[in-house]
Design a protein around this ligand. Sequence first.
Ligand SMILES: Cc1cn([C@H]2C[C@H](O)[C@@H](COP(=O)(O)OP(=O)(O)O[C@H]3O[C@@H](C)[C@H](O)[C@@H](O)[C@H]3O)O2)c(=O)[nH]c1=O
Length: 399
Amino acid sequence: MSLVTSTPTSHHDPAPPWQWDVFCRVIDNFGDIGVCWRLCADLASRGHHVRLWADDSSPLTWMAPGAREGLWPGVQVLDWTQSQDATFVAQLPAASVWIEGFGCDIAPEFIALHASHMSASASEGIKTPVWINLEYLSAEGYVERCHALPSPVMQGPAKGRTKHFYYPGFTAGTGGLLRESKLLATAAQWDHTKRSDWLRSHGVAWQGERLISLFCYEPEGLGAALAHWMRGPEQTLLLVTPGRAARAVQAAWSTAIEASGVPEGESKLRLHHLPALTQAEFDDLLRSCDVNLVRGEDSLVRALWAGKPFLWHIYPQDDGAHLYKLNAFLDCLQVPAGLRTLFAAWNGLPLPSGAEGTPIDWALLHAEESRIAAHRWCIQLAAQEDLVTALVNFVEKKR
Ligand SMILES: Cc1cn([C@H]2C[C@H](O)[C@@H](COP(=O)(O)OP(=O)(O)O[C@H]3O[C@@H](C)[C@H](O)[C@@H](O)[C@H]3O)O2)c(=O)[nH]c1=O
């Protein structure tokens, strides 16, 4: 079917399910493709048809096995270069929505091809796709100000058209957070038996210790936190994700042993190195742990949904903008003062006033008040409309 022949002939596009084109260019790490994939999978689970055009979809081999092979109903993973191939694009059903992930700019060839098909079929009353620029997640004030704003296209093949900014966020004035419909019910049913079974089936020899997951870059506070867990008195099992987190632990290990002052063989901390997990298993991991140490954006959101105390290693930016981003997040959730100090120490950022010069109380991570706060954040955020529901409503209004 070509873009021309497949488009509807009535003056109204069909109600959902719609065809979506989601575009993703990977800058770094796994967050770009991770978020885009979750979005696509969530849309597909609600009956939509999605094409994910990505310049590097290789992490999906472990995040979502079978995705690249077309084994996920409703989602087709395509290479970015295919969006520049006129013959290939021409045989695809037309989309009702275009999503540019994180300002990635859809290939001009794709836009030009679409524009020529649109003009060729103008008499058929076909609507142009609603065009969304899906932005990065932040709790900063600009998010509420800029969410949903139009952005006229001034040049190129789409000149005269309008894109809309779509900002995910933590408050009602934003685009919300990805939250699949069954997510919280699954978390609520995650009892002791499910946790033990999950750990056993993933080769974790759990002896009832306190469980902490670690997914991070190279956090400043890692050595001090390791030393704290080495001292005990509680036994701790640290589940370390592969890659940068595992290398960071290795790099910090000997200094941590020294700082802990614990004689060899008496450490209360044990490590277990995990393989790369699927996104679904990653969620299970966060549900299974007592505390989660996460990074980036997608795992931050998943830690919030797990409802357990967590620390966020924010993606560091050269200009220091991450300090403002972290503080905005902590303000937004009204994170209590003691925990704020831990977030700052973990990230190597200036401690809140009054906390400088006092020892970092890592034990607070495991305190009842931290568990209560994490539970409260989860409930508070769950009261907000989830991103996909809000996005579909937004698109509906723009058509
Ligand atoms: C460790 C692990 C992660 N994951 C997934 C969860 C997430 O979807 C993804 C990790 O993404 P994030 O948590 O966002 O962290 P990240 O550090 O990989 O991605 C980051 O990249 C930067 C370029 C962005 O600017 C950041 O904002 C952020 O998105 O990997 C698994 O599926 N299995 C695993 O075993």
